[in-house]
Design a protein around this ligand. Sequence first.
Ligand SMILES: [Zn+2]
Length: 225
Amino acid sequence: MGSRPPVVDHGPRTGNRVALTFDADMTDGMLGNLRAGRVKSYANLRILDLLEREQVPATFFLTGKWVEQYPDLTRRIADNPRFELANHTYGHLAFTANCYDLPRVPAKGMTDDVAKTFQVITPYGGRQTRYFRFPGLCHDAAALDALAPLGLTVVDGDVVSGDPFATSWKPLVRAVLDNVRPGSIVIMHVTEANAAMTDEALPHILAGLRERGLVPAPLSEVLTA
Ligand SMILES: [Zn+2]
């Protein structure tokens, strides 16, 4: 059945690489908001535009439902040789009790949820990985055991930007630049309506990384540096 997957917060503290990671959450509630026209988009194109224009590597943790909602954008991510694709569950349900206010995936459904998400992402090709991030970073022994058969690595992160529901970009820049170090894994979101300041913060974050001599790299390269 495989052994409990490793959980990583960061790569080696040597060298100068850091991983910029972007979560693409999608819940049934978010889909409802889209369908009712309450929000415009959960896909922040300005982030993709900027990363592409500046040729910045990044790793995207995709939910299956985000991929199904945005197949063209998923293709755009997969087609970029600097971008890696990773797994963020199918519908962003919690894998533990008391994980923010997220509804919970049944214990018996945990393995299938994550396996199904790989099945949704894999056909897009590009730089596929076996990296997985739990919604809300919430995991316990039971959740890790459930994922043992899938041969994946659980990726948390050591730099939380705090971009969900941010109302100003400056605190995000400070949160990232005050905490980033060689080997860091920076957690951000590409879910526009739920993280509206990330694209405004990003140019300042990239400039601050340059000043510190830190270089964004795909997560796989940060973890093996
Ligand atoms: Zn998430």
